[in-house]
Design a protein around this ligand. Structure first.
Ligand SMILES: Nc1ncnc2c1ncn2[C@@H]1O[C@H](COP(=O)(O)OP(=O)(O)OP(=O)(O)O)[C@@H](O)[C@H]1O
Length: 261
């Protein structure tokens, strides 16, 4: 008999998901998801369109709360704290968990004001302190050198790849511990995609990253762990190398070898 070689995260666990069901009204989109997300590692969510990757990602910062009729069962623990417990401070949660979307969505404001937006909401008023946060976040997002001389220019004038890195800087500016990325490079050209992937590699040292991607090569390149979803279920989860070289489920193998999806 072949030993099951599913490797569970062995380091510090940042997010524990237990028995998670999710419903859009009467339609169930996620079924009994159990998953551990390791701290300061990249976890990729893969699977065919409509399998629930984005829904799952959005349960991790309660972004689904704003969807009419949405309902969650089960638990999502961040550092052992259930984010769905009554009395959870969602503003504080969103400070700890940043989100970057598929389509870069800068505000029609200056580059500076985009990055300063979150810190201002959280009460930072001092101009010098804001300037420090803006610089640090732009440096971290690998954009500082390209924009340092035009911080007052409108962010809409940046290229697509620059706008996406600006959105990453904006997410970093409030000092999150977790970064959720929903296909952050799928609208970018190959060069900008490579830049974002490189950035994910750099951010991994300090942030727990969960990324949805349709691009299998990208998942293999950037992630430490991979979760394969199918029809709302977590079919297989393990070290990325194992999932891509020796998946234990036939469905996973069929998907990663391009037989469906
Ligand atoms: N706001 C919504 N209201 C109702 N149903 C929804 C909503 N958002 C998603 N769904 C449904 O939930 C299921 C999971 O969708 P989800 O977007 O999470 O999948 P996905 O794997 O991220 O897909 P894709 O790769 O195409 O983005 C799908 O059947 C989808 O139609």
């Amino acid at each position: 008999m072949v030993a099951r070689r599913i490797r569970r995260p062995s380091g510090e666990i940042k997010i524990q998901v237990r028995g998670l069901n999710f419903y859009y009204g009467a339609t169930q989109a996620l079924f009994g998801i159990d998953m551990d997300v390791e701290a300061r590692r990249v976890t990729a969510l893969i699977g065919p369109s409509g399998c629930g990757k984005s829904t799952f990602l959005r349960t991790l910062d309660r972004m689904n709360d704003i969807v009419d009729g949405a309902r969650v069962e089960g638990r999502v623990l961040i550092d052992g704290e259930d984010i769905y417990a009554p009395g959870t401070d969602v503003v504080r949660l969103r400070k700890r968990v940043g989100m970057v979307f598929q389509k870069s969505n800068p505000f029609p404001k200056s580059i500076f004001d985009n990055v300063a937006y979150g810190p201002r909401i959280h009460g930072v008023r001092n101009r010098r302190q804001l300037a420090e946060i803006v610089e640090r976040s732009l440096v971290r997002a690998g954009l500082w050198d390209e924009v340092k001389d035009r911080l007052d220019a409108n962010a809409m004038g940046l290229s697509g790849g620059q706008q996406q890195r600006l959105c990453i800087a904006r997410a970093l500016a409030v000092g999150p511990e977790i970064l959720l990325m929903d296909e952050p490079a799928s609208a970018l050209d190959p060069r900008s995609t490579a830049r974002v992937e490189e950035l994910i590699g750099e951010l991994r040292a300090d942030y727990t990253i969960v990324i949805v991607t349709h691009n299998m090569q990208q998942a293999a390149r950037v992630s430490d762990y991979t979760a394969f979803f199918y029809e709302g279920r977590l079919v297989e989860f393990g070290a990325t190398e194992q999932i891509f070289t020796n998946p234990s489920k036939k469905q996973t193998e069929d998907y990663i070898t391009g037989r469906f999806g």
